[in-house]
Design a protein around this ligand. Structure first.
Ligand code: 8ID
Ligand code: ZN
Length: 353
């Protein structure tokens, strides 16, 4: 193992029990295994998934005690004996896929997120709400040196996920994409990726403040789910031929958007489920789904190539979603703002304070 100066202890936010709170304290710095790297995380985005994990919202159980976080951007400071493809000093990103087997059917077809042996940063293994985090070298995102580490952090989950979701939707330049939950961490990035690809965006979220931002980010129409009297009609009316959008990305953390999507989508349209509100079933009328040939699918983060592509859009200066930086010590406060639905864009925590 090669090392630079690495302390024995570091600051971290630790979740001791489901529902929290998280505790800001010092914990040991671990050494990477033979095929792993140790990354000095400078910044980490805070994803709504971190909050779901904290609340025990999903069927998969979290490791406890747990260091959450899976949008960590930093610098490689140590590497295991088998690691040759990353150097000390390289910029790297730790994302949700902390490791996968790289040997199963899914890994072999580049569907690493579907690997049954996948370990998830900030969920089944410790993540990025600490100063030094570990991941399998093969899965660490390569970040070019001309990227700012605070600004690139949200790309490592939110950016990759919406980029992949747009690809999965099959929507083409000039066509209409609905982004539901358009002003959140994923949504604000989805608007930007879609615009960079020449896709028209119909943004759905709630409130005037969110409207201003969605339009500034490039959405052609904003539909306010809090005040719209007929959301389905409003979404259809936002398309030039009135037939409705070609695809929708559902990023919201509430059940209703999942029930509405098949009503406004045009025939042959694609509904992509990405947000994961707890205990939510998707229901759609079978008759309509068949006769209008609607596709309903899920999309889960992205593979290593999606990661590189999503980062490259960012590096080229095409992605400018809003984020605000606070100290890692303030994580619990960020969760509170997120719970109240008041987050605009992404919160990024600075691990030095
Ligand atoms: O791989 C995946 N599928 C993946 C990856 C990353 C995150 C899935 N996620 C999931 C998260 O676990 C979460 O369930 O995507 C969801 C959104 O994550 P986020 O963007 O990090 O959440 P946020 O920043 O809190 O934004 C949520 C937005 O939804 C709006 C809110 O106003 C907010 O802007 N929203 C809600 I809540 N209900 C809405 C509704 N009915 C709505 N917008 C429109 N209509
Ligand atoms: Zn995430």
């Amino acid at each position: 193992m090669t090392t630079t100066e690495i302390p024995k202890e570091q600051w971290a936010q630790v979740l001791e029990a489901i529902n929290g709170p998280v505790t800001y304290k010092k914990i040991p710095v671990r050494e990477p295994g033979p095929d792993e790297v140790l990354v000095n995380v400078k910044y980490s985005g805070v994803c709504h998934s971190d909050l779901h994990v904290l609340h025990g919202d999903w069927a998969l159980e979290a490791k406890l005690p747990l260091v959450g976080g899976h949008e960590g951007a930093g610098i490689v400071v140590a590497r295991g004996s088998l690691v040759t493809e990353l150097d000390i000093g390289d910029y790297a990103g730790i994302k949700l896929m902390n490791s996968t087997c790289l040997d199963c059917t899914y890994c072999n077809q580049s569907d690493e997120p579907l690997c049954e042996k996948a370990q998830l940063s900030g969920y089944t293994v410790d993540g990025t709400f600490q100063q030094y985090a570990i991941a399998k070298a093969a899965h660490v995102a390569r970040i070019p040196k001309d990227c700012k580490l605070d600004a690139v952090a949200p790309i490592l989950c939110a950016g990759i996920t919406v980029y992949k979701g747009i690809k999965e939707s099959g929507v083409r330049p000039g066509q209409y994409l609905v982004v539901v939950g358009a002003d959140g961490g994923l949504g604000s990035l989805a608007i930007q990726y879609a615009r960079a690809m020449g896709i028209e965006v119909i943004a759905i979220d709630g409130g005037d403040e969110k409207k201003d931002l969605c339009l500034k980010l490039g959405a052609s129409t904003y539909v306010d789910f809090l005040t719209s009297k007929n959301l389905v009609a409003d979404v259809k009316a936002a398309t030039a031929d009135g037939l409705g959008p070609h695809a929708t990305l559902i990023l919201a953390v509430s059940p209703k958007p999942f029930q509405q999507a098949t009503e406004y989508i045009r025939a042959r349209g694609v509904v992509v489920c990405i947000g994961m509100p707890p205990n939510t079933m998707f229901s759609a009328p079978v008759f309509d789904t068949v006769l209008r040939m609607i596709t309903i699918k899920g999309s889960y983060v992205g593979n290593r190539l999606d990661t590189a592509e999503a980062i490259e859009f960012f590096r080229k200066g095409l992605i400018h979603a809003p984020y605000q930086t606070v100290g890692l010590s303030k994580l619990q406060e960020v969760y509170k703002i997120m719970e109240e639905g008041k987050v605009i864009g992404r919160y990024v925590v600075d691990t030095s304070r």
